[in-house]
Design a binder for this molecule. Structure first.
Ligand SMILES: C[S@@+](CC[C@H](N)C(=O)[O-])C[C@H]1O[C@@H](n2cnc3c(N)ncnc32)[C@H](O)[C@@H]1O
Length: 328
């Protein structure tokens, strides 16, 4: 029963976010009556809603007043370093309804997300500023925790130039350049992201170190770089499309350089396997073409494209980085 009814717990967390509960309590702890006033909640249900969130470890009740627990403050309060709300907002508004149509998705193979229709996913997302900002927030909630490991698990000391394919508004590469200021970086992404890239780099103070190139990683040719990397992108596409991107990347990596891929790759037997199978199903519901892929398939695509030495390691957070070297 716990397994079958686990959507109830999920909805407690997502509804707390939707109501602004964690933000309100991080600003000021409050008793129930005060909270009901501040969030415009009806008495029926509220007591048990707050008590259940307390039992889940997201609220603490001290001296008759609720406050956000340390975990809620870290992950569920806007403005905090670990804030996951960008992702969880999309989880609530888009993924939750789409998972309600899982059977339909399995019967038809069609995406079930209400944010777009047909196969032109990014064009539709970027035609609407709110949808674009939600998508960017969601992407960064997933990639932000990986930046420290990305900066440390690869030896950047002899790398001069790095190109991130599908680098969005540059958040990941900006973190990398801050950790390794000798790097000169380029983000290649679709034209509608240029204005949000410019704004974000100005805010982070990395405008001089990271440039934006409008482009399409399927059509190439891509700008050359010592290291080309792509994260949380190949999962959005079919195997044939992935092979095309990998071939284009091979042409762009300078001899002696490397191509880095990070994704929630499917590795049977690893602790991440079930969660990444669920992510794969999520991609099938959310995108026209996406699905998880297996490490051994990725390794083969890289070798078939001419990369010499392929290795992998974990970046944490269920994400595997695959490192492929190009011969001198
Ligand atoms: C899921 S997001 C990942 C963003 C970023 N790498 C991260 O992990 O935060 C996929 C990115 O691929 C970009 N993209 C999609 N199709 C593309 C194409 N044909 N050429 C270049 N970028 C593309 C999107 O605009 C988006 O920024």
């Amino acid at each position: 029963m716990d397994l079958a009814m686990s959507f109830q717990r999920a909805k407690l967390v997502l509804t707390g976010l939707e109501l602004g509960l964690f933000r309100a309590l991080a600003e000021e702890p409050a008793g129930e009556a005060d909270l009901r006033d501040r969030l415009a909640l009806h008495p029926r249900g509220t007591t048990h809603f707050l008590r259940a969130l307390t039992e889940l470890g997201l609220l603490e009740l001290v001296g008759g007043r609720y406050r956000a627990s340390p975990a809620a403050r870290q992950y569920l309060v806007p403005g905090q370093e670990g804030y996951l709300g960008g992702f969880l907002h999309a989880a609530d508004a888009v993924m939750y309804p789409a998972w309600g149509r899982l059977a339909e998705g399995l019967r038809t193979g069609e995406a079930q997300a209400a944010t777009f229709s047909g196969s032109a996913m990014f064009e539709q997302l970027y035609a609407d500023d709110d949808k674009r900002d939600d998508f960017v927030g969601m992407a960064e909630s997933s990639s932000r925790p990986l930046i420290p490991a990305l900066a440390e698990t690869f030896d950047w000391s002899s790398v001069k130039t790095v190109l991130e394919l599908g680098g969005c508004r540059g958040n990941t590469v900006a973190g990398l350049v801050r950790a390794h200021p000798h790097l000169s970086a380029t983000v290649l992404d679709l034209p509608p992201l240029r204005p949000v890239f410019d704004e974000h780099m100005a805010r982070l103070g990395t405008a001089g170190a990271v440039s934006f190139q409008e482009g399409d990683f399927f059509t190439g040719p891509l700008p050359e770089a010592d290291v080309v990397m792509i994260g949380h992108c190949l999962v959005d596409w079919t195997d044939d499309q992935r092979k095309t991107v990998i071939r284009n990347a091979h042409s762009a990596v300078r001899p002696g350089g490397a191509f880095l891929i990070w994704d929630p790759v499917l590795v049977p037997g690893e602790e991440s396997y079930l969660r990444n199978l669920l992510r794969s199903l999520n991609l099938q519901l959310m995108t026209p073409h996406g699905a998880g892929y297996r490490l051994e398939d990725c390794r083969k695509w890289l070798q078939d494209s001419g990369f010499a030495d392929v290795s992998h390691r974990s970046l944490g957070h269920d994400v595997t980085i695959v490192v492929a070297r190009k011969d001198n």
